[in-house]
Design a binder for this molecule. Structure first.
Ligand code: AMP
Ligand code: MG
Length: 437
């Protein structure tokens, strides 16, 4: 009996301690309004004594809350962000993209002040090389065996000492404001030579075996130059299948519910209140959060818009006429009864916009028969849209095939839409293109 009482009072004591610890943890931790339950789950997970059971219970609550936010059937179920697959890969990718975006914004600011060069293309070159170096250095620090398919290579840069030192001057100082996050990326790159080595490590041939990252350090170079839309794009493929995708879009509005404006691609949006980080892990849903210099938060789930009348859909397309056939797009819009003007913007910001329901239909119809889309232009966006409840195929209705090298040579064009209207859009695309054969 004495042992029983002693045992019971020990349990009462343990339970009281646990309650006090939780109360203190909850009081000290700010709970963002958008994510209260997930935050509670993550706090509970760090409270000893209660361990994972309490945390799991909260995660279940959180998952059902996320589902109720779902506007279009996005895949937000599965595990809590805390127990996610590819958790480290996601964090490294998000932070690396955020750090590279700091550099691209700096390059743009210098260009705007006219201090970089009179030659139009040099800010792009500087931003591209610098961002690629920072991202690959972070990947290699954390996952030394992984390969990278990057858009740039440093051979010509090695012969241009001036340009190389300009890039190095920006790269060596680009860092996150959160010291622990910056440490996770391996801290600053050590030397100019290491920077060039990192750029060159983006030379993977791609393929169907192993862990390969696809990187576009600045997608949408023209948008970048005019202060419009561009994206820092990174995706991890395992055996040719995209598992993690991250898009840093420094000039998109932070607010997911802000509608796309017609001048999105042309207006200069490099200012406060802009900058969003989209991310997705296969089977875990897609998320967005403000693109900041600090630590990464869990963000919040995003989903494509549920379209009940396709005529109301917002269409997105490239700014560049050479990247996607605008004439075909217009005919397809007409067939679908869409009367709104298409929103033109550069880069994979189009995928991010569809994923959060700001845009609905992204069409990229081939202009040239022989053009092969590049995997770094699509890998992250493809996963983010699919995880947000969308469907992404080529003009023949086939999934994009990332497993055959640096290009999507098996596919022609891209159609990204909410899943429930994809068949309808695909049919319209087929009819318009068929009539031209
Ligand atoms: P966007 O900003 O969506 O127009 O796409 C930018 C990307 O288009 C660049 O990163 C290029 O790799 C790619 N690109 C270049 N030429 C073509 C082309 N002829 N057709 C489709 N994409 C292209
Ligand atoms: Mg690109």
């Amino acid at each position: 009996m004495r042992t029983l009482i002693a045992g019971t009072s020990k349990h009462v004591l343990l339970a009281s301690c646990a309650i006090i610890v939780i109360a203190i943890a909850l009081a000290l931790a700010p709970i963002p309004r958008s994510q209260p339950l997930s935050r509670v789950a993550s706090i509970l997970a760090h409270v000893p004594l209660l361990g994972s059971r309490a945390a799991n219970k909260s995660s279940r609550l959180y998952n059902s809350a996320a589902t109720s936010l779902d506007r279009g059937g996005g895949n937000h179920g599965g595990q809590s962000a805390r127990n996610m697959a590819f958790e480290k890969e996601l964090k490294v990718a998000q932070l690396a993209v955020a750090r590279a975006s700091i550099l691209t914004k700096l390059v743009f600011a210098e260009k705007a002040k006219g201090t970089i060069s009179k030659e139009d293309k040099s800010p792009v070159t500087i931003g591209d090389y610098g961002a690629q170096a920072l991202i690959i250095a972070a990947i290699k620090h954390n996952f030394p065996q992984d390969e990278v398919v990057g858009e740039e290579e440093a051979s010509s840069l090695r012969e241009q000492q001036d340009l190389s030192s300009k890039i190095w001057n920006l790269v060596k100082d680009a860092k996150l404001s959160d010291a622990e996050s910056d440490r996770l990326l391996g801290g600053p790159i050590k030397s100019e030579d290491d920077m060039l080595t990192a750029i060159d490590a983006g030379n993977s041939a791609g393929g169907a075996k192993g862990r390969i990252w696809a990187l576009d350090p600045i997608d949408g170079t023209k948008g970048f130059l005019r202060g419009g839309q561009y994206a820092v794009c990174l995706a991890l493929m395992v055996d040719g299948d995209v598992k993690v995708g991250v898009l840093g879009c420094p000039n998109l509005p932070i607010d997911d519910s802000e509608p796309l404006k017609e001048d999105m691609g042309t207006a200069a949006n490099d200012k406060e209140g802009y900058g969003v980080l989209f991310s997705a892990v296969q089977g875990e849903g897609a998320r967005s959060q403000a693109l900041t210099r600090g630590a990464i938060s869990e963000g919040h789930p995003i989903s494509v818009k549920k379209i009940t009348d396709v005529a109301q859909a917002v269409m997105c397309e490239s700014v560049e006429a050479g990247h996607s056939s605008k004439g075909d797009n217009a005919e397809i819009a007409q067939k679908l009864g869409v009367t709104g003007k298409p929103v033109q913007m550069d880069s994979q910001a189009k995928y991010g916009s569809v994923a959060r329901g700001a845009g609905d239909i992204y069409l990229r119809l081939p202009v040239r028969k022989d053009y092969q889309e590049k995997i770094w232009d699509h890998a992250a966006g493809d996963l983010i849209v699919r995880e947000a409840g969308g469907q992404v195929t080529d003009i023949h209705g086939n999934r994009l095939n990332f497993s055959i090298g640096r290009t999507l040579r098996d596919n022609k064009g891209v159609i990204a839409t909410p899943a429930n209207i994809h068949a309808q859009v695909l049919k319209a695309v087929g009819e318009v293109l068929q009539a031209k054969m």
